[in-house]
Ligand binder design. Structure first.
Ligand SMILES: [Zn+2]
Length: 217
């Protein structure tokens, strides 16, 4: 990835993207609204300030930008890879050894990039450490928020920016969100059997008789 922006320019550009009511979030909101779902936005009283709050479903929806939230980027692994990378030269100093060393370093370098970037979260090559630290902090904060919500009985749905394009994928993704929502709603109204009282047993002799028959058989 060629990077022609200065860190400041990039920062300004990225901060702009990060703001509330960003496009992916709008796409999700518009779809939900169009399908008759109602919601609230950025409710401060709900842990982690989810983008979309649907209280009747006790569901919090986060619409995450792939870059900012490091979609498919596993930071812990990348930390190890960086730690394991050795810059020590090997014993020999003939040309073949040097070539081997160079190709190993090249491979390591590329493996490192693969590990740190994903299709939809390409970490800029300049100012890399800054972005890595930032994305890692965001990932950790996300995990904390999701955990806190779940501990408080909320269901968490995360929609990624890349799951919203093209239009057919958006439709598929939001149909899945709809299924999850309805599942969450159903799970709140799970049938809990109510034990019979003595009075009810008196009023339902047929059922009692059926029970007795089974017991004899
Ligand atoms: Zn993504």
């Amino acid at each position: 990835m060629t990077d022609t922006m200065t860190p400041e320019q990039r920062h300004r550009c990225m901060s702009h993207i990060k703001g509330k009511g960003t496009k992916p979030e709008l796409l999700v909101r518009r779809w939900l609204w169009g399908h008759g779902y109602r919601y609230r936005l950025n409710v401060k009283s709900v842990p982690g300030k989810p983008d979309i709050v649907m209280r009747p479903y006790r569901t919090a929806i986060f619409v995450n930008g792939c870059f900012w939230h490091g979609h498919n980027v596993k930071m812990r692994e990348c930390g190890n890879a960086l730690m394991h990378e050795s810059s020590e030269p090997r014993s020999g100093n003939n040309l073949q050894d040097l070539q081997d060393l160079a190709s190993t370093k090249y491979e390591q370098e590329h493996k490192k990039i693969d590990l740190l970037s994903s299709k939809c979260c390409k970490i800029p090559s300049s100012n890399r450490e800054f972005w890595l630290a930032k994305i890692m902090r965001n990932q950790e904060r996300d995990e904390r928020n999701y955990r806190l919500l779940r501990e408080n009985g909320w269901q968490v749905i995360v929609v990624w920016e890349c799951q919203l394009k093209p239009a057919a994928r958006l439709e598929r993704t939001l149909r899945e969100v709809e299924l999850l929502l309805n599942n969450n709603l159903l799970s709140m109204y799970k049938h809990t059997p109510i034990p019979y009282t003595a009075d009810e047993e008196d009023e339902a002799p047929l059922m009692a008789a059926e029970g007795a028959e089974t017991a004899i058989a």
